[in-house]
Design a protein around this ligand. Sequence first.
Ligand code: T4K
Length: 365
Amino acid sequence: MELYVGRPNVPDVKGFTDRAEEILKNRRLTNNGPMVRELEARLSDYLDVKHVVCVCNATIGLSVAAKVLDLRGEVILPSFTFIASAHALAWQGITPVFCDIDPRTHNIDPARLEKLITPKTTGIMGVHIWGRACPHDELLSIARKHNLKLFYDAAHAFDATYQSRPIAALEDLSALSFHATKSFHTFEGGAIVTNDEELARKARLMINYSFEGADTVTGLGLNAKMSEIHAAMGLCNLDAYPTVLKRNREVYELYRKGLADIAGISLIEYPEKEKNNHHYVVIEVDHDGYALSRDELYRRLQESGIMARRYFYPGCHKSQPYASQYPNTNLPLTDRLCARALVLPGGSGIDRVGQMTEILRMIKV
Ligand code: T4K
């Protein structure tokens, strides 16, 4: 038995092969084809956001978003995130400045953030870790007070809300990931989403080399387009998404009940009032109350085929090139969480109740 975090959801195979046949028959394979346009329109409706610009992945989406906002100098973001958040900035010469987190929510802490602002700071990148919303009102008020741009890495936050507002519509703009391991996916892919028409216009130009018409290039751009076969997968997955959500929630609830009485193990909580995709089943292991350290539990699970993950260990600030570039970064709360967090197989990673029983048996040492 091997159970994975991030095992892809696979939709109706016939529905997908029908769409693949249509793509081949029409010989429209990429470059803003009909399936990409259909996906963008359906996502705009589903996510309740005015503009959806589909891209090839979220890493490039974040890079384009930073360019659209004309960011340079320094951008503040959490270190407790996938390395892509920092790389998307550093790749284009922006200095990522790592901020500590609120240990309760795992998200960037606005109180600590404000102290990191310097004359070189141009923006803030919030990351909605595990799909739980950042404290947007506080971040926006800091951003506006210091004349900074605010944007979000919403890679985990497909169809999530902040105070009942769709996350996709938060100012100034966000990038979603549609990677195969996400609750909604297009094999590889993502989208830049915003309610701001001008930002969306700029993003749409930049993802296609900044071509306006067949012969005119109006600025810097790159190729960040989504292809038709990726969009076809997205359209099929969108049809199947209610089932995915139901499954994610069921699995999460089983964990909640099963882990409730284990001292030293706490399961991430998702606020009941907000929409969340329940895609990530994250526990914190407190060795003071539990028999094993996080790493001992991790090895125990791996040895029995339960491929839990230590996301996001050791944190961006302890990964290269940032560890060498900024050796004095001191983020005690991030370090503490990096030593305690463990992500368990969730959603479609679990096929049968028996597998869940086995995972719980292995945790109940
Ligand atoms: N921001 C944040 C906060 C992110 O978490 C991510 C990506 C990004 C930005 C960037 O988004 P993209 O540019 O990728 O759109 C995986 C994913 O590749 C990555 O998308 C994701 N976050 C990250 C959290 O997880 P790895 O290096 O852990 O992937 P890997 O290959 O180890 O796969 C994870 C598990 O999933 C494996 O144990 C096996 C299983 N798996 C994976 C794939 C691809 C399958 O069973 N089948 C598959 O096809 O990064």
